[in-house]
Design a protein. Structure first.
Length: 94
């Protein structure tokens, strides 16, 4: 059985993933159907986040946060590939 601390860490990890997706990905590429999402869409997203990504609109995100957004997308798209929802993971090349 997992300890309470390990469970809390796992919950915080998933909360961080969902926050990054909801705040930084959905507003910019959420309108694109999953099967139409392209590497170029993500390649334009990341510089935008660096320059203008803060939720309070007071500048950009730290490179570490943009990397965390990329990791969340890469993992989510990897799950979509395993579930046969998309043919490939476009985040692998972004």
């Amino acid at each position: 059985m997992a300890s309470c601390g390990a469970l809390d860490a796992a919950v915080q990890h998933w909360d961080s993933y969902w926050r990054n997706i909801a705040h930084h990905v959905v507003p910019h590429v959420g309108h694109i159907p999953l099967r139409r999402l392209r590497t170029a869409d993500l390649e334009s997203l990341y510089p935008h986040l660096v320059d203008h990504g803060r939720v309070d609109r007071r500048g950009g995100l730290a490179p570490k946060t943009v990397h965390e957004v990329h990791v969340a997308l890469r993992n989510a798209l990897g799950d979509a590939v395993r579930r046969h929802l998309v043919a490939g993971n476009v985040a692998l090349n972004a």
